[in-house]
Design a binder for this molecule. Sequence first.
Ligand code: PRP
Ligand code: MN
Ligand code: MG
Length: 192
Amino acid sequence: MSQRPYVIDQMISAKTIAARVEELARTITEHFAGTDKLVVVGLLRGSFVFIADLVREIDLPVEVDFLEASSYGNSTESSREVRILKDLRGEIEGRDVLVVEDIVDTGFTLNHVVHLLQSRAPRRLEVCALLDKPSRREVDVRATWTGFEIPDEFVVGYGIDYAQHNRNLPYIGKVRFVEAAETVAAREDGAP
Ligand code: PRP
Ligand code: MN
Ligand code: MG
């Protein structure tokens, strides 16, 4: 599959992310204080890095589960059709649940997942999203806690992909499409 050439400009450093993750975890720990067990649900694949860092800062008894939802495939445009590719392994009825998402863009993914999980009657259900792009919202849905509000840029890294690439970048970067010659030059400069 051929793709338009692009370079990645850093937007949020690994250090800035780590500091914010610590703050979010503190807020979550206070919110759910006294819970018998918090079920932390990561939405695959994008949230795998964020959930790994976040759960290690949450000072509560925690169970980790995953749900795989996909709407973008290899495109930069939402298909607006959310597919559940893998369901939770555990029951959440009567439980305290925290959904962990990497980014809320149009809102279709989070909206779909929140409705699905609410229908299973959890005791409490909250959402923590690392990134929020409010300017792109098409469905009225909001995370309880958000790491960073960002402008309308296509971002990658820290779990987030562009056509399944760049999830392993330790920072959040924005994709900038370029002419082919510029990509080559950027690579020679050591850029990703
Ligand atoms: C991305 C991202 C969010 C969702 C946000 O997932 O990880 O889950 O899109 O977009 P939305 O608010 O417009 O629905 P994607 O469908 O690319 O799957 P992935 O997590 O496996 O990359
Ligand atoms: Mn996702
Ligand atoms: Mg994706």
